[in-house]
Design a protein around this ligand. Structure first.
Ligand code: GLN
Length: 489
């Protein structure tokens, strides 16, 4: 095995740990070394907890040595987006508002990872409160794309994507409200998945837009993503939107022959003018490859696709304005020193603590919820959301999954879209619909542009049919063979 240890897959590392070819502590030290070496170039992490990680790794070694291994994740270094709470660790959401906030409890998804023996290796950068598509809205640092460090890694989970792609962790968790897992996964050349709404508990995930947010995996292979998803999925009494269903062993059910006999939908609405020529070409090749592996390709129509961006920016901002009202300078957040009464305490703390994009969304969200405008905007948007969901329901009557680009463009340069919020919002034009409909979607690498930038294929599945979706993604990945491509750092 000549490949660098930090680019090995979770499943390979699990085997090495099983055979005592490496210990969990040694493995973690490899990642600590790798991270220290390339972080000056990449900037994926907001914070580390080296001593806690080393202690977790040492515990894992004891378990494996005495035949009490908890799961394939036992001893594996995992990164967490800094929006997922871990007791005793800072939870900043990349915001000055929460710069010094230490969480008193652990998110259910993180707890499940801990129970599976995973090692928490660091907290990953993101757009402030998960609002953005480039990671440029972080209050703390810029994360660079490992394939070209003059470019953005995508967002909002840009740190999770960059760290996984650059071999700074084996797998990572992110959150996806409108594309924040799939879009950065696509731009960084790895696998990223948003599960069906309700599959993974949101307890302990700092809320952005509660009817859209889901936690999901980043990995360097579909199989690794399946392992991670199987670990974090499942009903949680602490999240009333989490659904009571049996969680199969997704990784064990993967089927490399899954494309044969499947009907896959392609919708013209996803291949419009805004889609970059190289992206279109790679995705069309991916569709052809699926056909050559026995899939039937069928045209479907999703006529309300172009309404997704306006609908999302009404619903998401409305929910965000309500969720972010709790950051008031009184309880656990940044508190202004300039305030001389309670009203100015609220306003000054919020003015100092929140960044520009967060403020823009709070203002927009408060506006669409205000009396007199509620019916015209919020209620209307909810109705159109239903139409978008019905488009998918109709399409799924005749197809098993739908293939689209994940992002209309490859990774763009820093600063290219910061002056124009609308241009930035269009980055999620292919992913947002999936959140509005509550469906699962996965991004799988499907090649490179002539400049060497990764392109992602999005596969959209039926609600709660993650097993089938992962199998289709796995079969494509096996046929396409891009999962061993890594950036040159
Ligand atoms: N980029 C989108 C936004 O800015 C989606 C973010 C997300 O999924 N968290 O809202």
């Amino acid at each position: 095995m000549s490949q660098e240890i930090y680019y090995k897959k979770l499943t390979e590392l699990d085997e090495m740990l099983d055979k005592s070819e490496i210990s969990a502590v040694e493995l973690l030290k490899e990642f600590i070394g790798r991270t220290k070496q390339i972080e000056p170039q990449i900037g994926a992490f907001i914070s580390f907890d080296e001593s806690r990680a080393l202690a977790q790794a040492a515990e894992s070694d004891k378990r494996r040595a005495s035949g009490r291994k908890l799961s394939a994740l036992d001893g594996i270094p995992v990164g967490l987006k800094d929006v997922i709470a871990v007791r005793g660790q800072k939870l900043t959401c990349a915001s000055k508002m929460l710069e010094n906030y230490v969480s008193p409890y652990t998110a259910t998804a993180a707890l499940k990872l801990e129970d599976a023996g995973a090692v928490f290796w660091g907290r990953l950068n993101m757009d402030e409160f998960a609002m953005g598509s480039s990671c440029e809205n972080s209050a703390f640092l810029k994360t660079k794309n490992p394939w070209d460090t003059t470019r953005i890694p995508g967002g909002s989970s840009g740190g999770s994507a960059a760290a996984t792609a650059a071999g700074e962790c084996v797998v990572a968790l992110g959150s996806d409200t409108g594309g924040s897992i799939r879009q950065p996964a696509s731009l960084c050349g790895i696998v990223g998945m948003k599960p069906t709404y309700g599959l993974v508990s949101r307890y302990g995930l700092a809320a952005f837009a509660s009817s859209l947010d889901q936690i999901g995996p980043f990995a360097r292979s579909v199989k690794d993503a399946a392992v991670l998803l199987g670990t974090i999925a499942g009903h949680d009494p602490k999240d009333s939107t989490s659904v009571k269903i049996d969680i199969p062993d997704y990784a064990a059910q993967l089927d490399a022959g899954a494309l044969s006999g499947k009907t896959l939908g392609v919708a013209a609405e996803y291949f419009g003018d805004g889609v970059d020529a190289a992206v279109r070409k790679r995705v069309e090749e991916a569709i052809e490859l699926c056909r050559s592996k026995g899939a039937n390709i069928k045209e479907v129509s999703l006529p309300h696709t172009d309404l997704a961006i306006p609908v999302y920016y009404i619903i998401a901002t409305a929910e965000a304005s309500s969720n972010l009202a709790r950051y008031d300078g009184v309880r656990y957040t940044h508190r202004s020193k300039l305030a001389d009464d309670v009203i100015s305490l609220y306003t000054k703390s919020r003015a100092e603590g929140f960044g520009e994009e967060v403020k823009r969304r709070i203002i927009l969200g408060s506006y669409v919820l205000s009396s007199g405008y509620y019916d015209a905007y919020y209620l209307r948007a909810q109705k159109v959301r239903t139409l978008i969901r019905r488009d998918f329901e109709r399409a799924f009557e005749s197809v098993d999954a739908i293939l689209t680009p994940t992002s209309p463009t490859p990774a763009f340069k820093f600063g290219e879209k910061t002056a124009n919020p609308l241009a930035m919002y269009l980055s999620d034009i292919c992913t947002i619909n999936v959140n509005l409909a509550g469906l699962p979607g996965i991004s799988v690498p499907c090649g490179f542009t002539p400049e060497g930038l990764p392109v992602g294929l999005q596969i959209i599945g039926k609600a709660f049919r993650e097993s089938e979706l992962l199998s289709i993604a796995y079969a494509y990945e096996q046929a396409a063979g891009f999962s061993d491509a890594h950036p040159n750092l």
